[in-house]
Design a protein around this ligand. Structure first.
Ligand SMILES: Cc1ncc(COP(=O)(O)O)c(C=O)c1O
Length: 408
């Protein structure tokens, strides 16, 4: 099992105050090792790449190490399939231009109503430029899961691209990525997976899933603000990058516009090393193996947090979870909960929790299409309580008690 008090000791922000972070879906806190890796890079190695002097050579090594480390996290086949950038949104806008150039007017693309806007707007704008048609997979509003009949019908229109989330950042709903990818490939679509919200909770596996692209963001998995894009080599090789002439002509350099956030990339590798360290295995263990063990522990622990929260919310009057609510569906979600009340608005609940030192967001969290579809957008959205492995059962209890008080 995870030793939570020991884990919290690793996080300067968490160990120094009693504030309760239920805001992880908006961005996680960082362990000391990540902060140290960023400082170390800036103090000892700060340079641009490709020169013969020490700091530049060490910067080359830092980026190579980070690429290898992200490769282990995603289970990519090659380091050259790992592209760094500012954030998931920028990377998605960037690659969407190159993918758009392979499409013809009238081609269809398929998006989902469960997604964050970062996996919707870039594709809609690309479709507008290229005169393509856009379809959306409908969701079942009770469960906030894809409507299977609608999905099959939309795939039968033979879209060229299917972009969907691995996990909703609003409701915590998980998608069956492997099966969806198989169905999309069968229909002739390439698959773009948003794993931003999935990454801190479960272990990504691009080989097992066979997706063509996958994007995530280190600041959601205990690292700094750096975006990550995985692209299957065979597909990257056939796309034309938008790049400056002197930049590399090979993967991944041709996709990484301008000078990268080297210190952030150093911190990203440290965040993955931190996750691997949660396996409890020795540092000589192969990183992917350590990550597998670590995420088994994270998942088991997060399930205890989710169970406690689901049971507690059921006992409160005037508030309910949006989407999957039952313990029977606990394996189809992560511990991220959207809540709505007929007594207090979401914005007021967030404000009152903040006064008690509990940090939680209200609104649409850029899952705007979902909130519009469910009818919450016009009401100011929902309250989001999100847990990760550094939260504990006592904090769940405190939040439930505060919710009970403010609903009185
Ligand atoms: C599910 C999901 N996708 C995409 C994004 C956008 O990520 P970024 O901030 O790295 O652009 C977020 C950010 O909240 C998210 O939660």
């Amino acid at each position: 099992m995870l030793n939570i008090p020991k884990i919290v000791e690793n996080f300067p922000k968490l160990r120094q105050s009693s504030e309760i972070h239920a805001d992880a879906p908006g961005g996680t806190q960082v362990p000391e090792t990540v902060i140290n890796a960023i400082s170390h890079y800036l103090i000892h190695q700060n340079a641009n790449l490709g020169a013969p002097f020490r700091t530049s050579k060490e910067s080359d090594q830092t980026l190579l190490y980070a690429g290898n480390t992200v490769q282990a996290l995603l289970n990519a086949r090659k380091n050259s399939e790992i592209i760094f950038g500012n954030n998931m949104t920028s990377l998605t806008f960037h690659i969407s231009r190159s993918i758009g150039n392979t499409l013809q007017p009238g081609d269809r693309i398929l998006l989902s109503k469960l997604d964050h806007e970062a996996n919707i707007s870039p594709w809609q704008l690309m479709a507008k430029d290229k005169k393509c048609e856009v379809d959306f997979v409908e969701i079942d509003s009770e469960t906030c899961t894809f409507n299977k009949t609608d999905l099959e019908q939309k795939l039968s229109k033979k879209p060229k691209l299917f972009a969907f989330t691995a996990c909703s950042n609003a409701t915590g709903t998980l998608n069956d990525i492997k099966n969806l990818t198989k169905m999309a490939h069968h229909a002739g679509a390439i698959v773009y997976v948003d794993a931003v919200h999935y990454a801190p909770h479960k272990l990504i596996d691009v080989i097992e899933w066979d997706c063509d692209f996958l994007a995530c963001s280190a600041y959601k998995f205990f690292g700094p603000h750096v975006g990550i894009l995985y692209g299957k080599e065979s597909i990257l090789n056939n796309l034309q990058p938008y790049k400056v002439r002197p930049a590399a002509d090979s993967n991944p350099g041709k996709w990484m516009t301008g000078t990268q956030n080297h210190e952030g990339i150093a911190g990203t590798a440290a965040a993955i090393d931190y996750l691997a360290s949660l396996s409890g295995a020795s540092s000589s263990t192969i990183k992917r193996t350590a990550l597998e063990a670590a995420f088994n522990r994270i998942e088991a622990y997060e399930k205890t947090l989710a169970t406690s929260f689901l049971q507690g919310i059921k006992k409160l009057n005037g508030i309910e979870i949006v989407g999957l609510k039952d313990l029977t569906t606990i394996n189809q979600r992560v511990p991220t909960f959207s809540l709505t009340s007929n007594k207090v608005s979401a914005v007021d609940m967030a404000k009152q929790l903040a006064l008690k030192g509990i940090f939680a967001y209200s609104g649409n969290f850029y899952a705007k299409t979902l909130m519009e579809t469910l009818g919450y957008e016009a009401k100011g959205g929902v309250l989001r309580i999100g847990f990760v492995h550094y939260n504990d059962l006592a904090q769940v209890e405190v939040i439930l008690n505060e919710l009970k008080m403010l609903l009185k």
